[in-house]
Design a protein around this ligand. Structure first.
Ligand SMILES: *Cc1c(COP(=O)(O)O)cnc(C)c1O
Length: 420
């Protein structure tokens, strides 16, 4: 870590990896397989970070490995269109029908910033509405009251983001439909887009209240604003068709990332064909990428998506998730500690607080010191849990019931220790 810190700021290439919020230094990893990841000292951990979401099948699923290997024999980059990209586009449209047309990019950040440019270009409006604690990547306009690493490091935003870039970004509390209705009543005609994590995952997991997403759909339609679902985390994760399938809401644009690349860098955005046709070269809104549609990454993504059926691994992940949730709650009860467990399928966060966690303010009320202690106990016991209160833990198809029980037991030991 010392050597890393001399060449990489904080020793890492993405802030949350630094363990700033939980203390100590992060393990440096050398290899992974299935549900396990191994560090340079030979310690093996049960992995509930799973690269922060992409690995719904676990590490090195044979189908993904085979797809990457066979593509590698054919070439790594083409600089021209390939059939694989068409296939992935068609597959996305089949699984997420609101995405009538698709553009592939290299990350979730690229997907969201490009979707917003498209929404602004298409509406001729500038104003953007987002929610406190939602994270939509690190582009300028979206770094206002952001979740994930921004929340983890308790940063107000980021130096280097010009006032002007966020001047047109309005931040509202998550799950507060009245606040949205009031804002739209005032400035609705000027709103280009409202972007939302349909199940928030970057202030920890916070599911939408009943009627919240439907209300957003209704308000944006009424005022001619574009509704963007940022499903970078929830896409192919909470259901094969994403949160929009689960809650039966059809957004105008959708952003994807994480699971869609099968562990390699892929993002995508897409939606209404009349909007997507305004992208260059068909339209005027510019967006491009040298390695967009990388054959290796697209092959990995297609292979991963090929493993998903309407019911599996989702039913299995729901069973495991429920077991984990109930186990954690039972441990907290046994130790007389207040605990909220927020879960949507295989995404889960525990908060040490007695009030339900419904937005960023209630998430931030969690006892962060106890989180740090319990995180340390989990790591010491061989469980790699996200090193921040404001991240989701993930389950994968390679996890077993016995492994979940082991996590629950270690959580109990962590609580014991935190009580001194
Ligand atoms: C991870 C994430 C992003 C950013 O994706 P990157 O690939 O890290 O750029 C955007 N939105 C949401 C909801 C995410 O979870």
């Amino acid at each position: 870590m010392e050597r890393a810190r001399r060449v990489l700021p904080g020793g890492v290439n993405s802030p949350v990896r630094s363990f700033r919020a939980v203390g100590g230094t992060p393990p440096f990893f050398v290899r992974a397989r299935g549900p396990f990841i191994v560090d340079v000292d030979g310690n093996r951990y049960l992995d509930l970070v799973l690269a922060y979401g992409p690995l719904i099948l676990g590490h090195l699923h044979p189908a993904v490995v085979a797809a990457i290997s066979s593509q590698l024999a054919l070439g790594e980059a083409m600089g021209g269109p390939t059939e694989l990209e068409v296939e992935l586009g068609e597959r996305i449209r089949q699984l997420v029908p609101s995405m009538e047309m698709v553009r592939l990019v290299n990350s979730g950040t690229e997907a969201t910033m490009s979707a917003i440019r498209l929404a602004r270009g298409a509406t001729g409006r500038d104003l953007l509405v987002k929610f406190a604690g939602c994270y939509h990547g690190h582009s300028d306009a979206l770094l206002a009251a952001a979740g994930s690493g921004v929340a983890t490091l308790a940063l107000p935003g980021s130096p280097g983001v010009p006032e002007a870039s966020v001047a047109d970004t309005m931040v509202l509390p998550y799950n507060d439909l009245d606040a949205v209705a009031e804002a739209f009543a005032r400035v609705g005609e000027r709103v280009a887009a409202l972007i939302v994590e349909p199940v928030a995952g970057n202030m920890g997991v916070v599911p939408p209240r009943a009627g919240f997403l439907a209300g957003l759909r209704e308000l944006t339609s009424r005022y001619g604003a574009i509704l963007i679902f940022d499903e970078v985390m929830t896409g192919f994760r909470v259901a094969r068709g994403g949160a929009q399938d689960l809650f039966a809401i059809r957004p105008d644009l959708t952003c994807l990332g994480k699971v869609i690349g099968g562990g390699l860098p892929v993002g995508a955005f897409g939606g209404r064909a009349d909007l997507m046709r305004q992208l260059a070269p068909e339209g005027q809104v510019y967006q491009a990428g040298t390695l967009s549609g990388s054959p290796l990454a697209v092959a990995a993504g297609l292979a991963a998506l090929g493993q998903l059926t309407p019911t599996e691994p989702y039913a299995q992940l729901e069973r495991l998730g429920q077991r984990l949730e109930l186990g954690l709650l039972e441990q907290a009860r046994d130790h007389g500690l207040p605990l909220q467990v927020n879960r949507m399928g295989s995404m889960l966060t525990f908060f040490f607080t007695s009030a339900p966690v419904v937005d960023y303010a209630s998430a931030a009320a969690s006892d962060l010191n106890r989180f740090r202690q319990v995180h340390g106990a989990l790591l010491k016991g061989g469980v790699f849990w996200p090193p921040s209160q404001f991240e989701a833990a993930f389950l994968c198809a390679a996890h077993t019931q016995a492994q979940i029980d082991q996590v629950v037991a270690l959580f109990g030991e962590g609580l014991e220790r935190s009580l001194g």
